[in-house]
Design a protein around this ligand. Structure first.
Ligand SMILES: NC(=O)c1ccc[n+]([C@@H]2O[C@H](COP(=O)([O-])OP(=O)(O)OC[C@H]3O[C@@H](n4cnc5c(N)ncnc54)[C@H](OP(=O)(O)O)[C@@H]3O)[C@@H](O)[C@H]2O)c1
Length: 320
């Protein structure tokens, strides 16, 4: 870690933090054209940002595929959106922390004949205590990093064929909490004391680092991939944490949080506006492009993370 401090210290700029603070006050840019006959796939659309975003795209005429883990909630949202907006909407039920489910989702989308015009990797969690999937993966690592990476990688042949698409990673400014970067020897928090916010930040940082590599692989197919912070907004995030956290969330965090309508507006803009059609490998605070912190721009670490991830997945029988 000391070497990371030495490496990044001189690269940090206060102006970067001030820019983020200024961006917190900005409203997202809007795109008002409808998108008919386009297909949008979104993960985690049963609540919060994903739900609002599915409604936004539906209201603008898009066809929708949601990927949700809770069948009952998912069916309720599917029916509500279909009845209200009269658009075709389907769902895939999957737990996006489980490798088999993640691969099944990749396979389902891969087998579609039509292009996926917008793919939004939104599903996420905030966990105050360390949790593992049945396969022994730390949950932040699995859902924020492995899931979008595996699905996107599986879709490469489709993107090569369709030569169209925008991918959006719903990231978070909390990636900054991984101040000195990732611990590549402890990506899953087995050796260090787990911290909810640090593990969340590390998952989002890993996601951003993988974006740099995926962007290079997608570029020949004219497919873009970008990450965005959806604002600090009132959602169900953290609902599985203990009563103290939930009290704090309700009485403090939510009081300073905005509405996820703004996140949905931003996700619509990023997915449809011609202004960002050719922008790739960028980080947006809502719709304002931001410079990433030094650990999130580290190409060497991005490569090392990719190699390490390939090893982890190889052992679990998943090819990257
Ligand atoms: N809210 C904020 O202020 C904020 C700020 C920065 C970034 N974000 C990011 O925004 C994204 C959406 O979060 P949110 O705030 O809208 O939270 P939310 O209201 O809790 O919604 C999260 C969505 O993800 C789904 N999900 C969670 N675990 C899943 C799993 N294992 N498999 C499949 N789906 C799963 C949830 O499904 P269930 O309904 O079944 O739980 C829900 O649909 C996350 O990536 C989060 O990190 C949020």
């Amino acid at each position: 870690m000391n070497s990371a401090i030495r490496k990044y210290w001189a690269q940090y700029k206060w102006s970067n933090v001030f820019a983020m603070i200024a961006n917190m006050k900005r409203h997202p840019s809007r795109h008002t054209e409808p998108i008919r006959d386009k297909l949008v796939a979104i993960t985690g659309a049963t609540a919060g940002i994903g739900y609002r975003t599915a409604r936004k795209y539906a209201a603008m005429g898009a066809d929708i595929i949601m990927v949700n883990r809770n069948e009952e909630k998912s069916e309720r949202v599917r029916r509500e959106i279909a009845e209200e907006f009269g658009i075709p909407i389907e769902h895939i039920i999957a737990d996006l922390t489980r490798l088999q489910d993640i691969q099944r989702v990749g396979q389902c989308i891969l087998s579609l004949e039509r292009p996926v015009d917008v793919l939004i990797h939104n599903a996420g969690v905030h966990l105050e205590s360390r949790e593992e999937t049945p396969e022994g993966l730390e949950v932040n690592f699995a859902i924020h990093y492995l899931c979008p990476l595996i699905i996107t990688k599986m879709l490469m042949p489709k993107y090569r064929r369709d030569r169209a698409g925008r991918i959006i990673l719903v990231s978070s400014e909390a990636y900054r909490f991984a101040v000195w970067g990732l611990d590549l020897e402890d990506l899953q928090w087995t050796r260090r004391r787990y911290s909810g916010i640090k593990a969340y930040g590390a998952g989002k940082l890993a996601q951003i680092l993988s974006m740099h590599i995926l962007a290079g692989q997608l570029a020949p197919y004219d497919v873009t991939i970008n990450a965005m912070h959806p604002g600090m907004v009132r959602t169900e995030s953290g609902k599985d944490n203990g009563p103290l956290y939930r009290w704090f969330k309700r009485n403090v965090i939510d009081k300073y949080s905005g509405s996820p309508e703004a996140s949905a507006e931003a996700l619509y803009y990023l997915g449809t506006s011609p202004e960002v059609r050719h922008t790739s490998d960028s980080f947006f605070h809502l719709t304002t492009e931001e410079e990433l912190t030094p650990p999130a721009r580290d190409a060497e670490v991005a490569e090392a993370l990719w190699r390490k991830t390939r090893e982890i997945l190889d052992e679990m029988g998943v090819a990257l």
